[in-house]
Structure formats: C-alpha cells, structure tokens
Design a protein around this ligand. Structure first.
Ligand code: HXC
Length: 254
C-alpha cells in the first residue's frame, strides 16, 4: 500500500509492502500513481518526499512475480504505468525528493532517478539489475541514468546489472548525498524548499528539466522569457526588497 503523511506543506509518500521489500505490484503502482497525481495538483503541498517503509528497502523494483506472468501487451501497459509515475515525479510543479533507505533496484532506482533530488542512507544499494532477468529497465532507466550519471557510467551499470553501494552512488552522482537517517535529510531539504517562492521553484524546475534535451538556444530563450516574466510577481519584489531591507522574505506564491 501507499501511505501519505502531511507535515505542513511537505507530503511524505511511503511505499509499504515490506514482505516484498516494497516491490511494486499493479495495485501498489496504481495507488502510487493516483496519490502522486493528487499531490501534483494540490497547491497546499509544496514539496514531496518519496521513501520506502522499514529499514531494508526503498523499492526493490517492479514485482518480479507479477511480471513473470505478463504477455507483450500487458508488459507494455505495465511499462506505461511506470512511465506515468516517473513523469509525475519529474514534472509535477514542485520539488520531489527520493529518500533511498535501502535497496533501490530496477524500477526502484528508476523512480528515484525521476525525482529531482536523491539522498541515500549508508546501507543503500542502487542499480538496474534487469539484464540479469533477461529484461531491460522499462520505467525510464535507459534514459534517466545517463542524464544523471553520464552515458559511460550508465551503460556499464545497465549492461552488467551491477549494484552500487551508497558511497559509489554518491561518487558517480547517482545520489546527491549520503546521510543517516536519510529521511531526516530529505525532510529537512523539503521543508527548506517549501519556504521558497512557489512561482520561482515551478519555473526553475521546468527550465532545469529542459537542460539536457532539446535545442540549447531555444532553452536559453525560454529561460530569458521566464526570468523577465517573473518580475511581474509579488514574490520577486518581496524577495529582492527583503534582501535590501536585511530581513527574511515572506513569499505568497503570487
Ligand atoms: C518481487 C521481491 C522483489 C521483487 C524482493 N522480493 N524483491 N518480490 N519482486 N523485485 C521479495 C523476495 O521474493 C522475498 O519474498 C522478500 O522480498 C525478501 O527478499 P529476499 O530475496 O529474501 O531478501 P535478500 O536475500 O536480502 O535479497 C534482497 C534482494 C533480492 C537483493 C533485493 O530480493 C533481489 O535481488 N530482489 C530482486 C531485485 C530486482 O531484480 N529488482 C529489479 C526487478 S525488474 P519471499 O516471499 O520469497 O520471502 C524491474 C523492472 C522495472 O524492476 C521496469 C518494469 C517495466
């Protein structure tokens, strides 16, 4: 099942299927999609943290028992559902943070990769072991791992199926930091982000998502336009005035 807990403007989403190391079956992945979709459209929520229940796993992947019975059409639908979840994490107009508290394998690593920021506990193990099952990453791993760690590192990991520990994950840029307890670090960042201007964060996420694709000149032009437009916002006036007046800004999202 999926649990959602609210702490002020921060939503904490927990995948809780501990008897299967939080592997995602159809019901759990569908629930995750529905919860994330609700949080994406909820203006009271300004940052989302994704984690796994217990201290062994973030998400040990897609449920292999479920997948072992799928035909071609069903496998495509299963891939599409995971892509939908990944796109929600990647594009919802607020920051998403993965608190990787143990195994993040296959689809688990892929959903962590779809988040804006990743933190790992020191016992975390991440990887794309699909090749060992005779399949391939199907929830974005063939694309996002290369965007996060570079193509050479990504190819080695998806070709071999090798799992990396937290320190290596940090060294190759797969996670932003290693911290115990990892949830504390993720929550701390989420609460900091929740104090920022919603408008500025939304725009900067949208623009950052264009950084590794599309036309560079067009992306810079989009940045220029967004930068200028923000000057019509109360938040931009407040942020700069607060600096000049040597006080903390109070952003209203307008
Ligand atoms: C279903 C899983 C599972 C998974 C673990 N379990 N991972 N069930 N799908 N992905 C279950 C085990 O069957 C077992 O249940 C229980 O969780 C505990 O796991 P153990 O194997 O007993 O624990 P341990 O020996 O500590 O090994 C942990 C592990 C191992 C290294 C994480 O479980 C493992 O290798 N799991 C598979 C990881 C994986 O290959 N993930 C990628 C899947 S493919 P029982 O009932 O037997 O006690 C994928 C594709 C995504 O994610 C894209 C789809 C389109």
């Amino acid at each position: 099942m999926i649990r959602v807990d609210r702490e002020d403007a921060v939503a904490l989403v927990t995948v809780d299927r501990q008897d299967a190391l939080n592997a995602l079956d159809l019901l759990t992945l569908t629930m995750l999609r529905d919860e994330l979709s609700g949080l994406a459209g909820n203006d009271d929520v300004r940052a989302v943290v994704l984690t796994g229940a217990g201290d062994r796993a973030f998400i040990a992947g897609a449920d292999i028992k479920y997948m072992s019975g799928l035909g071609v059409e069903e496998a495509m639908a299963w891939g599409a559902l995971g892509h939908e979840v990944g796109r929600l994490l990647e594009t919802m107009p607020k920051p998403t943070i993965a608190a990787v508290n143990g195994f993040a394998l296959g689809g688990g690593c892929e959903l962590a990769l779809a988040c804006d920021i990743r933190y790992a506990s020191s016992n975390a193990k991440l990887g794309q072991p699909e090749v060992n099952l005779g399949i391939i990453p199907g929830w974005g791993g063939t694309q996002r791992l290369a965007r996060v760690c570079g193509l050479g590192v990504a190819k080695e990991l998806v070709f071999t199926g090798r799992t990396v520990d937290a320190d290596e994950a940090h060294r190759i840029g797969l996670v932003n930091a290693v911290h115990d307890p990892v949830l504390e670090k993720a929550r701390e960042t989420a609460h900091v982000l929740a104090t920022k201007s919603v408008l500025a964060l939304r725009l900067v996420k949208r623009l950052a998502n264009r950084a590794l694709g599309g036309d560079h000149a067009a992306n810079l032009a989009a940045e220029g336009e967004a930068f200028g437009e923000l000057f019509s916002s109360a938040d931009a006036k407040e942020g700069m005035t607060a600096f000049v007046e040597k006080r903390e800004p109070r952003f209203t999202g307008r």
